[in-house]
Structures are given as structure tokens and as C-alpha cells.
Design a protein around this ligand. Sequence first.
Ligand SMILES: [Zn+2]
Length: 247
Amino acid sequence: MTEPKITQLQPLPDDWQRALAVVAHPDDLEYGCSAAVAAWTDAGREVAYVLATRGEAGIDTLDPATCGPLREREQRAAAAVVGVGTVEFLDHRDGVIEYGSALRRDIAAAIRRHRPELVVTLNHRDTWGGVAWNTPDHVAVGRATLDAAADAGNRWIFPELAEQGLQPWNGVRWVAVAGSGSPTHAVDARPGLDRAVRSLLEHRTYIEALTDQDPKTYVHDFLTETTTATGERFGGTPAVAFELFAR
Ligand SMILES: [Zn+2]
């Protein structure tokens, strides 16, 4: 019997200047994506982050009123490590983000503000590819982001946005979904890996609540293992994987 052929991932297109990453929670981008973000900002590209929530329901021992501002600070610090100075919050409620026109409108507005060619989001599917169930917040934000990439270009879907001065933006060429169980493309993780580790470590309160392991060891091992595993499908180069949707 012959070995099943492992499909190789293609390099993510790099003929673009502006990216906007839209995710549900603080840490969603740092759990895998930020090595790619560091490489992009190194190359002089602009990357901005938009988060649907402040992650205020993410730590069992902290009430949301305390947790939200703390996680916002950690997120801004994590973004700064990989060269991202713009972090915006849409103030949907953590844990119960509803997929629907309100979420699509908020994300379409963000796309019009930032006018990206590449939009990045997190896995919108029910599972992570195996039997591990995804969270409803990720599914809602991922789907709404894929939809909003088109909504942003249509003058008549959310006419109130143009009235606020946000003109239609038809320039989104791709939506890259991180954490997908069916990736198609990848970005070399090596140049950004050290900063990705430091970036995820900025979510220290969250990580200390999550694991008894030393945070540095936990973060380093997690990001090394996931990028190395992706590299098996990227010519042996440690990488960050994306499922790419073209528009
Ligand atoms: Zn999340």
C-alpha cells in the first residue's frame, strides 16, 4: 500500500499592504496567528486588530467588570509585541455573541474604516477539524467576518454606514481563516516565532488561570508544536496555517 499523499499548503499571497484581523476574544490571534503578523509588520505592512469582546467572561476567578479592562490591557500589549498599534473592541458580550445583522454591520464598519485587502479571522466551523467542539463566539465572529467582507462593499445593505461617512470598500481580496481544520495556505513562522511567544505571554493572567505549568514553558511548547506540525505540510518549514477564501 502506498502512503496517502499529504497535500502541501501553498504560500499565502503577499501582494497586499493592509490587513485587518477580526476575532472574538483577547488571545484568539496570539494562539497561533501572531508569528505571521510579526512577519507582515516586519515587511512594512499595516495590520489592525478588531475584537468583538473584551474577553470578560474568560477567567473563572475574575468577575467580568474586573476581567474586561485587564484583558483589554493584555491584548494591547500582546499586539504591540508584533507591531500592531491599533486594537479596537466592538463590545459584544463575551460568551453569547450572536451571529446576525448587528454583528455583520459592526464588522463591515470596521472593514470600511481600515480598508484592508486581506481580512484574517478565526475558525468559523463547528469543530477544530476533529472532535474538539469550537465555541459559539468563534463560529459567530468567523462567519460574520466572511459575510462582512462582502457587506462592506455594498452601499445598500447597511446604508447607515455611508451616512456616518464610511463609504463602501470593495477591496477585500481574501479572507484567511486561522485555526481551520481544512487549511490551504501557510506563512513561514520562523522570523516571528520568538515574538509570537512573547505576544501570547502578555496574556499572563489568562494563562496563569488556565494552566499550572510555567507560563513560558507552556507558551513556548504550544507554539513550537503547532507550527512544527503545520510545517509537515509546508516543506518542513514551521508555519502558521490558514484556510484562504478569495473574493
Ligand atoms: Zn476565543
